[in-house]
Write a protein that binds this ligand. Sequence first.
Ligand code: ATP
Length: 950
Amino acid sequence: MSAHSLPEKAAAVWHSLEVDKSLELLKTNAETGLTPQEVQQRLQKYGPNELEETAGRSAWEILVDQFKNIMLLMLIAVAIISGVLDLLAWQQGSLKPGELPFKDTIAILAIVVLNGILGYVQESRAEKALAALKKLSSPNVRLIRDGKPVEVVAKDLVPGDVMLVEAGVQFAADGRLIEESNLQVRESALTGEAEAVNKRAKLILPEETSLGDRINLVFQGTEVVQGRAKILVTNTGMQTELGKIASMLQAVESEPTPLQQRMTQLGNVLVTGSLILVALVVAGGLLRGGNLQELLEVSLSMAVAVVPEGLPAVITVTLALGTQRMVRQNALIRKLPAVETLGSVTTICSDKTGTLTQNKMVVQLVYTNNNSFRVTGEGYAPVGEFQLDSNNVSVDQYPEIPGLLVACAVCNDSVLQQQKGQWTILGDPTEGALVTLAGKAGIEKDQWESKLPRVSEFPFSSERKRMSVICQVEEVKTGVSSLSAVDPAIAGMLKSERYLMFTKGSPELILARCTQIYLGTSSAPLTDQQRQRILAENDTMAGKGLRVLGFAYKPLNEIPPEGSDEASEQGLVWLGLVGMLDAPRPEVRAAVQECRDAGIRPVMITGDHQLTARAIATDLGIAQQDDRVLIGQELQRMSDAELEQQVDLVSIYARVAPEHKLRIVQALQRRGRFVAMTGDGVNDAPALKQADIGIAMGITGTDVSKEASDMVLLDDNFATIVSATKEGRVVFTNIRRFIKYILGSNIGEVITIAAAPIIGLGGVPLSPLQILWMNLVTDGLPALALAVEPPEPDVMKRPPFSPRESIFARGLGSYMIRIGIIFAIISIALMWWAYNHTHAAGYQGDPDTWKTMVFTTLCLAQMGHAIAIRSNTRLTIEMNPFSNPFVLGAVVITTILQLMLVYVPPLRDFFGTHLLSPTELGICFGFSALMFVWIEIEKLFLRLMGKKAV
Ligand code: ATP
């Protein structure tokens, strides 16, 4: 049997095989895993551990979807009517000499097709971008390879790998359990069953067992809710159960943003409005005895003018650029709406450890048996001294210390490693610091793990705030005679028991479960006085901002049954306190200040002690020294209404459990706050989903929390949330800016066109082709440039905008209408002058030249508009023209293109323009400049009135 066919053949029956048999079939070893050569060979054989992309909509479907847009449908109708009119003119021979028939029809249809193609390209690019984002957020997997624990990207998993998992992990492949401890797995992704399933390694199941009952196997895409396990990878990639039903794959969602939805609504309004306007113009014109064909032409032009053809593309590009800028700053957007809604955040609820602090723990103080020892040394290097009153001491002089350090080493799941001379940890930094501490006194984790092999455990969870391991004492003590067989470090802990349980966690909690205290060679009852001293010492350490853990042990004769943690973790013997420093991230202080200036309230929510939390929050400026700290227990007792009264006042929540986070978010939301919430654990997922912006941690976050989030912080840093919020504001401001710019222009065009027949000028000033040119090129290019306008200096100095308010709120709608009307007045005045000028006796040029003057003025006026609109408050002369060189570039290029349409003969013929004399061109420039002047005067006026512009 070739190795290749092996797993496939066994695929259906892994659950009916013993662990050893499975290991043998996959030619691997549970202790050492595969060698690098074997991994390479298997990678070639089985391919990467990836699910093939599911087939989305077909190209044809995507293309058809593009035409479901009402504005495009209207353009198609315009193209058809315009074609019919041309056909009639052609048949009647009334086409002007040299004029191409069906030009407008072809141009409009070309735009429609182009739009379709653009939409198609955009959608497939968006898919690709999302796939890339998915890869970026693809999890790492902890494995044993070549006898060592390593982390690899999920893609590189192969059958035969030995995988280590713990709570929060999403399985990256299917596998057979080798060993497990309290393992509970949520398999809803596969079976739809929400209840977590208990998994057991030792079972062997009948072959016909159904998928949901194969409790000795785990499946890709399902999540560890609790416990730990060692797993033999049996199937990867498309061979997994999830691969077989890949359509269930949860993709990164690409839902339309609120803005995109509002734009669709706007399209409907514009189309309906323009149809009504067209009906009025045609009816009014006919009543006044107007020419139907001419009125139809006016209507067609108006219909084209009202549609902002360039707008959807500019919005999509802006959002896409926003996500790119955010990812460069380490904020990975998982759901596109987050880009624009981030700017609306009013409250940021952040974890402490790792987000506000560096999560690089160094133990500084150890407190045992009335002695407080300082510990020297930097980072994770196991080199340092124990000091008492500033003097180095040997730990052997204080026999209670080695006992505590053994607890540090074995009640621990992290691994200390030396890579290229650097000491690093694999696992939780809190635990890493403890391994380092033990190492400083020569207590090596590896050695002690073989002396005291772990036989059972009660794992850590944020709810329990503690963990215990049960170890077998290597040499079973049967009597006083064999005392020497037990290492002196723990000899005082045992009489004749076979097992030792070590417990560590939140000091108050552990101490409450202790009845005795360890004195180094024996234990004694714990007095109330001792309790008080320990608690006082705990408060002193926490008050210095240290993260403090308490340690205890319990000798046992039996291995406690699973799930008996409450009963078993009682009657403990107190060992001591360990205080570690987790320095605040240096950049966070400035970020907190920036939040305050921006009207955003930072809130710390931590599982840590209230005094530690307060010390760090005060240091960072999140709270004042005597601000109220709300503790998990108090919160537990509060009703939702009581909590709602407090949430706006409290900036520190300490000793909270993940379910409290959900209540805090909900209370804040009921107060009308727009909440961003960070989280990393499995149980944080509901709060992340509930928050307006759920933020997962890229480094320490579990897969489950990432799946529930809108955004992932690649560097786990609070400052990154603030930068992303700033980007969100910039994106939103720029979108508002070019919507004002584009729609103001559309309103101006429509009024100008409608005015021509009303004031009795013969003919339509602008042909559909010219309008398309304006909307796409002369509006589109500067709008794109405005989309990358750098942040205004006050972007983080003003309060957040509510996401629920209309995009037209705060004066944007009235600005558009006002500017549209000014725009129209300027062009109508010019139109009036130009018409009379070109119809005056003795005029040399074509009498239709007035139309080209209107066309040119409209385009040039928009250039002035683009320059002036860069700031709402600052005058153009107060701004650096090169701070957004794109606007300057777009204006220069567009002006040149516009002049080419008038002065390059083939273009002139195609666009139906007429040659302008230098005076005529000068007049156009003069009228256009009025637009710029008007906006600048408006800014000055608002400034004098002390009002803020939109
Ligand atoms: P944050 O919520 O800001 O990240 P945190 O890391 O303190 O803060 P949790 O990880 O939920 O929050 O930890 C809660 C408490 O549980 C800690 O304050 C500590 O007392 C205890 N604790 C943390 N890690 C461990 C561990 N590995 N073993 C035992 N107890 C722990």
